[in-house]
Design a protein around this ligand. Structure first.
Ligand SMILES: NC(=O)c1ccc[n+]([C@@H]2O[C@H](COP(=O)([O-])OP(=O)(O)OC[C@H]3O[C@@H](n4cnc5c(N)ncnc54)[C@H](O)[C@@H]3O)[C@@H](O)[C@H]2O)c1
Length: 463
């Protein structure tokens, strides 16, 4: 079933590719050409979860002519109202809405109602797996926000449902579409770093004002020390994960690009994993330093999540990758990318690069000239359109990729194997830390297919 499905998709993608070239159009290889690919010009999409992230993604959807947003679901009426306002402001028809009654299963009614060519899931992490599974069972293609699931079993369940139903699934990992990340991919593919040996990335983002607020919907970031029932937006659900879990809780922003660079699931795979965690201090410190915080009941909460969690992965082809999760301490934002090979390395923190034979020995060069030279074709083509889109433009590209793949019936650029492999780092890192930082085998979700799968990431010059 899967093989057939992949083959069919591959054939239509090839047709789209050939069609684009023949027509002499401005389509990049792999972009949808409905006329030649037997695909569609337009897709009807629904969004489950119209909170802060859902609204950013919705902004990308409503400005496209090839997307009709036909259904919205959220169990928080305020968020649903904001989302409806966005659609109305864009001059688009009013979508059907679900969840005003706060029914947590309202999304099922939305899926059952049909009329959807795809659904975007932007709900709290714990809902991603059940919602994606329900959508795939209803044969509705899924674009799912990071992460794919919570437990290791969730990841197997999401994978097995995709394989059984053949319904497309894409993890909406936007950092893979960051401009410098994509330029670095071009550089890796051009062999500029030589043979790759070591990579680093992570999620190093001071989220204290995301994890705590006053519960006021008009002010979702900071201004208080509430979380859980009394918190708003991510403080309502994300903070509880810091209370109950200790691991690399948000791996995909760091591992997505590193996995692309090393062709994970496409000739390479993760073989072993371990994780180490520091003690937990940052969130408690933050609470007691806020006005009235020391007297607040939350000053007594014990947080389990180590302030800095360091995860190491070993790859079949001999590379190592380090991820760092660092969300509870004062620090400027940095994903901390490092791509290092036999001929040099790039580090994003200072936009610095060193290439032997080009750079002066022991000196960094500015990345700018390399960025310009190796700028990815999709960025060259769509930079103006991406202007103003979320996260420096990359949110335009992640939505563009999902929509174009849907229209062309082409393989999803960040597919089910990528999704579960990247996201399963969380439960595996938790398992390692709980077992005194034990090194564990990394499961092969591809069932051996990683050996023959080709590096056909759509990022490979496509969409
Ligand atoms: N890729 C990125 O850059 C990025 C950035 C921010 C958030 N995210 C991810 O997006 C997701 C959502 O985060 P957010 O910041 O929007 O959080 P949020 O709390 O602002 O929004 C989540 C929304 O889901 C709704 N919801 C909860 N349960 C539901 C249910 N059963 N049915 C329908 N709706 C339900 C909530 O009412 C809320 O409006 C998370 O997975 C987060 O990790 C990704």
């Amino acid at each position: 079933m899967t093989t057939q499905f992949n083959r069919r998709n591959f054939l239509s993608a090839s047709a789209a590719l050939a069609g684009g070239a023949m027509a002499g159009s401005t389509l990049l290889p792999g972009e949808a050409n409905a006329a030649t690919a037997g695909g569609r010009d337009k897709v009807r999409l629904g969004v489950i979860g119209t909170g802060m992230r859902g609204q950013v993604l919705l902004a990308e959807l409503v400005r496209r002519d090839d997307v009709e947003v036909v259904a919205l679901c959220d169990i928080e009426p305020i968020m649903l109202k904001h989302a409806l306002g966005q659609v109305e402001k864009a001059g688009k028809p009013r979508p059907r809405t679900y969840g005003e009654d706060r029914d947590q299963k309202a999304y099922k009614r939305m899926l059952d109602a049909g009329g959807l060519d795809g659904v975007i899931i932007a709900t709290p992490w714990e809902f991603h797996a059940p919602m994606a599974i329900a959508a795939m069972q209803a044969k509705i293609p899924v674009g799912c926000e990071v992460v794919a699931g919570i437990t290791l079993q969730d990841h197997w369940d999401v994978l097995n449902t995709q394989l059984k139903t053949g319904t497309p699934y894409m993890l909406l990992e936007n950092v893979c579409y960051r401009r410098d990340v994509m330029a670095a991919l071009q550089m890796v593919r051009a062999g500029l770093f030589g043979e790759l040996l070591h990579l680093q990335g992570g999620y190093q983002h001071d989220l204290r004002a995301v994890k705590f607020n006053s519960g006021n919907p008009a002010k979702p970031y900071g201004g208080g020390v509430e979380f859980g029932e009394k918190g708003w937006s991510e403080a309502h659900w994300r903070t509880q994960h810091s209370v109950e879990r200790n691991g690399e809780l948000y791996p995909s922003h760091g591992i997505g690009p590193c996995a692309m660079y090393t062709n994970i699931n496409r000739g390479n795979r993760f073989t072993r994993i371990n994780a180490f965690a520091t003690k937990a201090r940052g969130l408690h410190d933050y609470i007691v330093k806020q006005p009235g915080g020391a007297q607040h009941a939350n000053a007594k909460v014990k947080f389990k999540l180590g302030d800095v969690v360091t995860t190491t992965l070993a790859c079949e082809n001999g590379e190592t990758i380090i991820l760092q999760h660092d969300t509870s301490l004062p620090r400027p934002y940095s994903l901390g990318f490092r791509v290092q090979g036999t001929d040099g390395l790039w580090m994003d923190l200072n936009n610095s690069i060193h290439i032997e034979g080009v750079s002066k020995p022991h000196q960094w060069d500015d990345f700018k000239a390399y960025q310009d030279k190796y700028d990815h074709p999709v960025w060259r083509k769509y930079a103006a359109k991406a202007e103003g889109a979320g996260h420096g433009g990359m949110d335009f590209f992640v939505i563009h990729a999902f929509v174009e793949a849907l229209k062309a019936n082409a393989p999803m650029p960040i597919d089910i194997y990528d999704a579960v492999t990247w996201s399963a780092i969380t439960p595996l890192s938790e398992q390692s830390i709980a077992a005194n930082f034990q090194t564990l085998d990394f499961p092969d979700f591809t069932g051996g297919q990683w050996k023959s799968r080709k590096p056909i990431f759509a990022l490979d010059g496509k969409y």
